[in-house]
Structure formats: structure tokens, C-alpha cells
Design a protein around this ligand. Structure first.
Ligand code: NAD
Length: 294
């Protein structure tokens, strides 16, 4: 049994912490929102009064927070008070630069650290089937692997500090672009009098095949489990897709990479969000594209 501090018990953090409890670990949790702490308590998490109290006796500290500024602020508070040699795992989706700064703070205090963002959403967090994309030194990754296992379907060591975040935003840039591509094809098919099923039957077994089509089809019918069949209830909310696309564009600017389709996807999701659809599934972008068609 390992004592794990879990900071950030929101939509993702709470089910992840629950799986660590189920695996037999002592989980000391903290969140700013009392209602999230109440849910955590029901899952067997020992709720602590603040982040420092959660970290005090922990061998491992996991953070699952909204953005880089939250992670750096929490790391700044807790790293000096953590056990010497403790392992810090940040699973939040944040910018690569902040992720590298978080590693530096941890190293300064003699801590092991990895950035380990996830894909798989709240469903994967509940089922314990998340994909973890990890960045950090080999010894930190080896220490983290058995801790991540009860929450994971797959764990990939992507490279050094920040490589996990880099993999996450590159993957989600592909996802945002491909979803818009698939949605555009369905809108064009509608205008051309081609049925959704016919396009799906051809493209899903041809060179247009991709995850956005075959698993997450943005029109109702062809893939019964896709959010299009439940009025675009997420799933993966458009606001989170916009967040990840913005992170990809910040990273592209900093690294001097040319990503014109990523930039366009970020713009389209910004407009979709501005129209009040941030809470809808990101595949709902098809309605926005249809609305803009003559
Ligand atoms: P969320 O808003 O539900 O949870 C974040 C939690 O952090 C909140 O409960 C908030 O109160 C807490 N928090 C903020 N500052 C804090 C602090 N200083 N101390 C303690 N708690 C603090 O968000 P979420 O959906 O759980 O997402 C968490 C992270 O995971 C984000 O970075 C997100 O981009 C990423 N992510 C989310 C999904 C998803 O489908 N929801 C999928 C993959 C990755």
C-alpha cells in the first residue's frame, strides 16, 4: 500500500482517485470545491483540510488541475514540504513550458517527477482505462508505472520532461482537425444527396477512414455509441477541445512549427464555443458547419 496525495478531485480526478482506493492505496485528497470533496469521501478518499496536509505523509503526489498556472502554484506550495524523494505526477493537460517548469521545481526539492496527461475522458477515468502519456526521467517513469496501472489501459513513456504534454497536444490537434474534416465531408454529402450511411460505409473502409469517423461519427446512425446519437452530450466537451488546440498553437508558436490546419481548427472551435456550445461534445461542430453552409 502506498500513501498517495491526490490534488484536484474534479470530473477526472475523482474517478481516478476512486480507482487508486480500489487498488488498495491510502489516498489523501484535496480540492477547493466542497462538493467534490464529498464525492471523494464516498469513494473512500481520506479528505484533507488543504494541499499541504494531503502531501505531508505521501510517497506519491498526483495533481489533476485545470491549467499550467494552477499546477505551478500548487507545486510552489507543496514541493518544499513533500517527503524527500517523493514522486510527483501531474496528469493535468497543460502547456509544455509550464510542465517543464513543474519538473524544475520538483527537482529543486529532491523529488522525482513526471508529466502524465491522459486521454480517454471521464469514461476512461471511471473504467480505469485511460491512456497515460508520460514525460520524465527513466527512474521517475519506472516508479510511476505501478501507481498509474489501476487507472490505465495504456501507459506510454514518450521521452524527457514535457514529452507527455507534447504528445497529448499533438494527438488532440490531429483529433480536432480530423473531426472538422469528417464533419465537412458529411455536410458536403448532405448537399450532394448522399446518405450518411452510404458515406460512412465507403469512407470507413477506404482511405478516409479515421477515429473521428469510425468511433466518434459526428452524425447519428452509423456508430450508435457516438455522442451524435445523444444530442451531442459529451463525451469530450468542445471547451476542452478548444483548450487543447490553443495549447497546440502556443506550442507551435514557441517551437517555430507551421500548423495552419491546427490554427484554423482552433479558430473554428473558438467560434463554436463563442456561440455557447462549449458544453456540447466537440463532434457537434458539424452543426456549426452546417449552419454556415448556404
Ligand atoms: P474539473 O474542472 O472538473 O476539475 C479540476 C479540479 O481542480 C476542480 O475540482 C477544482 O476545484 C480543482 N482545483 C483547482 N485549483 C485547485 C487548487 N489550487 N487546489 C486544489 N484543487 C484545485 O476538470 P477535469 O475535467 O477533471 O479536468 C482536469 C484536467 O484533466 C484538465 O487539465 C483537463 O484538460 C484534463 N482532461 C480532462 C478530460 C475530460 O474529459 N474532462 C480529458 C482529458 C484530460
Amino acid at each position: 500500500m502506498t500513501t498517495i496525495a491526490f490534488i484536484g478531485l474534479g470530473n477526472m480526478g475523482n474517478p481516478m482517485a476512486a480507482n487508486l482506493v480500489k487498488a488498495g492505496h491510502a489516498v489523501h485528497g484535496f480540492d477547493l470545491m466542497p462538493e467534490n470533496l464529498a464525492v471523494a469521501r464516498e469513494h473512500g478518499v481520506v479528505v484533507m483540510a488543504n494541499a499541504l496536509a494531503a502531501v505531508k505523509d505521501a510517497d506519491v503526489v498526483i495533481t489533476m488541475l485545470p491549467a499550467g498556472k494552477h499546477v505551478l502554484s500548487v507545486y510552489g506550495d507543496i514541493a518544499p514540504k513533500a517527503r524527500n524523494g517523493a514522486l510527483f505526477i501531474d496528469s493535468s493537460t497543460i502547456d509544455v513550458e509550464s510542465a517543464r517548469k513543474a519538473h524544475t521545481i520538483a527537482a529543486k526539492h529532491g523529488l522525482l517527477s513526471i508529466d502524465a496527461p491522459v486521454s480517454g475522458g471521464t469514461g476512461g477515468a471511471t473504467a480505469g482505462t485511460l491512456t497515460f502519456m508520460a514525460g520524465g526521467a527513466d527512474d521517475a517513469f519506472s516508479a510511476a508505472e505501478p501507481i498509474l496501472k489501476p487507472m490505465a489501459g495504456r501507459i506510454v513513456h514518450c521521452g524527457g520532461d514535457g514529452a507527455g504534454q507534447a504528445a497529448k497536444i499533438c494527438n488532440n490537434m490531429i483529433l480536432g482537425i480530423s473531426m472538422i474534416g469528417v464533419a465537412e465531408a458529411f455536410v458536403l454529402a448532405e448537399k450532394l444527396g448522399l446518405s450518411h450511411q452510404a458515406l460512412f460505409d465507403v469512407a470507413s473502409t477506404s482511405s478516409g477512414q479515421c477515429w473521428s469517423l469510425t468511433t466518434y461519427c459526428p452524425v447519428p446512425g452509423p456508430v450508435p455509441t457516438s455522442p451524435a446519437n445523444r444530442d451531442y452530450k459529451p463525451g469530450f466537451a468542445a471547451a476542452l477541445m478548444l483548450k487543447d488546440l490553443k495549447l497546440s498553437q502556443e506550442a507551435a508558436l514557441g517551437a517555430g512549427a507551421v500548423t495552419p490546419l491546427g490554427a484554423e481548427a482552433a479558430q473554428l472551435y473558438a467560434l463554436f464555443n463563442a456561440q455557447g456550445h462549449g458544453g456540447a461534445d466537440f463532434s457537434g461542430i458539424i452543426n456549426f458547419l452546417r449552419g454556415n453552409s448556404a
